[in-house]
Design a binder for this molecule. Structure first.
Ligand code: ZN
Length: 231
């Protein structure tokens, strides 16, 4: 972890992707840094469920932005699920049910919401947790599909509403589900925002991708205005 921390700090803007670690089946999980390191820090996960990866197109577009935002992008946290055409990771675990906050056990591998044998049992969730703890982003966006809404609760509601308005999406004000990444972040990192963007089914058009890029920038702009920037 110390080695990774040093590599993260050295990662240059718009430089080559940094390998954070490897998935269950050995695929690299990478982060890309873009924008302006003096801007508010925002973290984006393009895909956490292998069958809900339309957000990867937004992640790729975000890699090319020039704006006042210290943007960290993980295009794909579930490369095994994407390769297999499965929602879960390579071990049949739902990576968005494997976090420790209100974790609830039960079920078996490849069940739709199988949470794993214990919290953080999966390499992918540990990689994401370690990155979040290292970066302490002001806001984190998790892309999913196919509900076509922005889902936020509690201290993240304001950020979620700003994003929803900018993206032209419905805002869904609802508590976090058991063992999800947003549940964990909202309970462990108070004062920061983490919310879910459920994209519509299918692929995004170029126009939709641009709109989401603008929504990320609108969110970052609101963060810059609302607080002094802490690094
Ligand atoms: Zn999902």
């Amino acid at each position: 972890m110390r080695q990774l921390a040093a590599a993260l700090l050295a990662l240059s803007l718009a430089g080559p992707p940094l390998v954070l670690g490897r998935s269950t089946d050995g695929r690299p999980i990478v982060a890309v840094r873009a924008g302006d390191r003096k801007g508010p820090r925002v973290l984006v996960f393009g895909c956490i469920h292998g069958t809900e990866c339309a957000g990867i197109a937004i992640a790729r577009a975000l890699e090319r932005i020039h704006a006042h935002i210290d943007l960290w992008i993980v295009p794909d946290l579930d490369p095994d699920g994407l390769a297999l055409g499965r929602r879960q990771n390579g071990r049949g675990v739902d990576l968005n049910a494997n976090w420790s906050s209100q974790w609830r056990g039960g079920g078996k591998r490849w069940d739709t919401y199988y949470p794993g044998p214990r919290p953080f049992s999966e390499r992918e969730t540990r990689i994401a947790r370690n990155l979040i703890l290292r970066l302490r982003p002001r806001a984190t966006i998790w892309f999913h599909q196919h509900m076509n809404l922005v889902w936020a609760w509690g201290g993240s509601s304001r950020a979620g509403r700003i994003y929803a308005r900018a993206a032209g999406m419905r805002f869904y004000h609802h508590r976090w589900l058991h063992g999800t990444a947003t549940n964990w972040q909202n309970h462990h990192l108070p004062g920061s925002a983490a919310f879910t963007v459920e994209l519509p089914a299918g692929r995004l058009t170029a126009r939709q991708v641009r709109r989401h890029v603008q929504a990320v920038l609108s969110l970052a702009g609101s963060l810059g205005r609302s607080h002094s920037e802490a690094h």
